[in-house]
Design a binder for this molecule. Structure first.
Ligand SMILES: [Zn+2]
Length: 362
């Protein structure tokens, strides 16, 4: 099929962007924008929704001589993060540091070496604090030929001003059936793909993690069994809480191991320069803590949605009617608990009080 100039001018041509999973609205906006790119884009949305893949595809489209044909060296190199005019800034340790911000500012002044422009992608920018302020001027008015793509999970107070200088592109949680289809393509059997999709809460990254995760079925069963198991008795509630906490611990184990390894590697490479500084150590430890917290929070949120889903089904199948207000109250309580997770609560206290409340409602 030959592509006409009319296709290109319609703002509907960018094969490399079409290959990105889901996010139709974001892709449409980006494709239209290719006709006349602005100097900074902010991709906003939860983890695991494909912001990074979309950023690489968008960078390829900006660097390619044919709006992201998907088959030239510009496209190939950009997708593989090997293109000389593409810089992807990942945080070191817990956040993008002010030092990194300074080197980004210097990089932004470069002229593109082989493409018509250069693209700078800033990952995990919701974790930037002072660095966001330090970069504001550069992002606001980058030199001709430099395009920023900023990836963030939320607009924090440090990001409000930066966000106002960017074209915002919203990334949404992926639909369950889309995740299910991708998992099936990766070799998951139909039932497994379905289960995992429901439990991945719109995050493809989480879905992949669950696919590799042998204990997923056991963990899901804990949540599935709660409505039958629960009674307003201390020992029963404590037993369920213990099971949930143990399943969270098994999930964080590998991350803690990885964190230890990261510390050991950093210490080994810092040996010649007088050992690991307290600040670097702290950053690595904070980074590990943040990853562990995210995995545990995601798991609890997924568990709560599992329960909510169960109670909704109860409402749907209840002819008697008297169960409905009870189920509603439980759903409300679970939604509150899900929100409370954002405030970094003590897991044991949160779960214990939640389970007692679920048991008492009747
Ligand atoms: Zn190309």
């Amino acid at each position: 099929m030959s592509v006409t100039d009319a296709d290109r001018m319609s703002g509907n041509y960018a094969p490399v962007l079409d290959a990105v999973v889901g996010q139709e609205a974001a892709k449409k906006l980006l494709k239209t924008s290719l006709l006349s790119p602005v100097h900074a884009y902010m991709f906003l949305g939860p983890a695991g929704t494909g912001k990074k893949s979309a950023a690489l595809a968008f960078a390829a489209s900006l660097l390619c001589d044919d709006m992201g044909c998907g088959s030239c060296a510009h496209c190939d190199d950009a997708l593989a993060e090997l293109h000389r005019d593409l810089v992807v800034i990942e945080r070191e340790g817990s956040q993008i540091s002010v030092d990194m911000a300074r080197s980004v500012t210097a990089l932004a002044q470069r002229s593109p070496s082989i493409a018509k422009r250069q693209v700078i992608v800033l990952c995990d920018f919701h974790l930037a604090e002072e660095a966001a302020t330090a970069l504001l001027k550069t992002i606001e008015e980058p030199p001709e030929g430099t395009v920023f793509v900023i990836l963030t999970e939320e607009i924090t107070q440090h990001l409000v001003t930066v966000a106002s200088r960017c074209m915002q592109v919203q990334f949404n949680p992926l639909a369950d059936d889309l995740i299910e289809r991708i998992l099936a393509e990766r070799g998951a059997d139909a039932a497994q793909a379905h289960e995992i999709a429901l439990f991945s809460r719109g995050s493809l990254a989480r879905a992949y993690m669950l696919l590799e995760d042998g204990s997923f079925v056991t963990r899901r069963k804990i949540w599935h069994d709660i409505p039958d198991r629960i009674r307003a008795e201390g020992a029963v509630v404590a037993g369920i809480v213990d099971d949930i906490l143990a399943s969270l611990d098994s999930l964080s184990e590998q991350l803690l191991e990885d964190g230890k390894q990261e510390l050991a590697d950093a210490a080994a490479s810092a040996k010649e320069t007088g050992g690991l500084s307290a600040a670097v150590r702290q950053k690595i430890e904070d980074g590990t803590k943040r990853k562990v917290r995210r995995v545990r929070t995601d798991e609890l949120r997924a568990g709560f949605s599992e329960l909510i889903h169960g109670y909704y089904q109860k409402i749907g199948s209840s002819y008697a009617g008297e169960d409905i207000p009870v189920a509603w109250q439980r759903i409300q309580r679970l939604e509150e608990a899900s929100l409370a997770l954002g405030r970094n609560p003590n897991e044991e206290i949160l779960l214990t009080s939640l389970l007692f409340e679920l048991a008492y409602v009747n």
